[in-house]
Design a protein around this ligand. Structure first.
Ligand code: GUN
Length: 293
């Protein structure tokens, strides 16, 4: 079993991006600038956005964090998006999800200018992904393809089971893994809460990508010997013995499954760090106008 070190690969990706930024800026290009909108005070969202902003500084980007109270109205938030859409210094921006219930997430995502949608959530960018057109691939799926590629994991012709059909991870992941591309070419099965006999699907999988948001959901009896497991889950589980009062666990029972795997991602330190590196990569693509001229 080999552990997939997301922290190490994310650092590699960040170093590559930092070198590319230096070269781009010394050649007269503008300093890439990412903005993030954070609504409310959800601790996990605050932590994610904080890491995103910190990573921008590390790779030589400018960053802007715009914080708003959970009481901001949908109209006010749409106005803030309009400001970012029209600010020529901002190359890309994200609106951290989830948003408070009184705000229509779809409406917000559709209001992001597609050329600045470095999350890759806008329907135009999702459509471009499906059609193999240049686009911003959403950060978590993009990060996972990077892990597979950089560990030289054979994917062509393999059976890949994606568990979870979210718009952010499961759905785009299933599309990517089926593509005629070097990190993909899989036969993909997208499993979800209504899937019959999930265990049988998983036992047939060479690659399992778990993105269901349930702690320790994938257990050893569901895993074929030699399978590759990518664990997208970041679940907080109460643990009074720890200073924070909780620990982070994935969607996969790591201890049980790891001995059966050829490769597996840990939580934390697997997919998580790659997500931020991928967002930064998309922002560089935006600043270089490589997706939209
Ligand atoms: N919430 C959880 N993951 C993400 C992400 O990748 N982007 C944004 N904007 N919000 C998220």
């Amino acid at each position: 079993m080999e552990l997939i070190d997301g922290k190490k690969i994310a650092q590699q990706l960040q170093d590559e991006i930092a070198a590319e930024v230096k070269q781009f800026v010394s050649g007269g290009g503008k300093v890439p600038h990412l903005a993030a909108i954070l609504v409310g005070d959800d601790p996990a969202s605050m932590a994610y956005v904080g890491s995103k902003v910190k990573t921008c500084e590390k790779v030589g980007f400018k960053s802007t964090l715009k914080k708003f109270p959970a009481t901001i109205s949908e109209a006010e938030l749409l106005h803030e998006l309009d400001v970012l859409n029209n600010d020529n210094d901002i190359d890309g921006y994200i609106v951290q999800l989830p948003l408070p219930k009184h705000i229509n997430e779809h409406k917000i995502i559709e209001a992001v200018k597609p050329s600045k949608d470095v999350d890759g959530f806008h329907p135009i960018n999702v459509g471009r992904l499906v059609l193999d057109l240049p686009t911003y691939i959403s950060a978590t799926p993009f990060g996972i393809t990077q892990l597979l590629e950089r560990y030289n994991i054979e994917t062509s012709g393999k059976n890949c089971v994606v568990i979870g059909r979210s718009h952010i991870v499961g759905s785009p992941m299933s599309i990517l893994m089926a593509k005629n591309d070097k990190f993909a070419n899989c036969t993909v099965t997208l499993c979800h809460s209504r899937t019959k006999d999930l265990k049988a699907h998983c036992l047939n999988a060479d690659i399992i990508i778990a993105a269901i948001g349930k702690p320790n959901f994938v257990t050893a009896d569901m895993v074929k010997q030699g399978a590759v497991i990518i664990d997208v889950g970041i679940n907080r589980v109460d643990d009074a013995s720890l200073p924070k009062g909780y620990k982070l666990v994935g969607d996969v029972d790591f201890e049980g499954c790891a001995p059966k795997c050829s490769y597996i991602t840990p939580v934390p330190g697997g997919v998580g760090p790659m997500t931020i590196a991928s967002l930064i990569k998309n922002t560089l693509l935006a600043a270089k106008k490589e997706i939209y001229a």
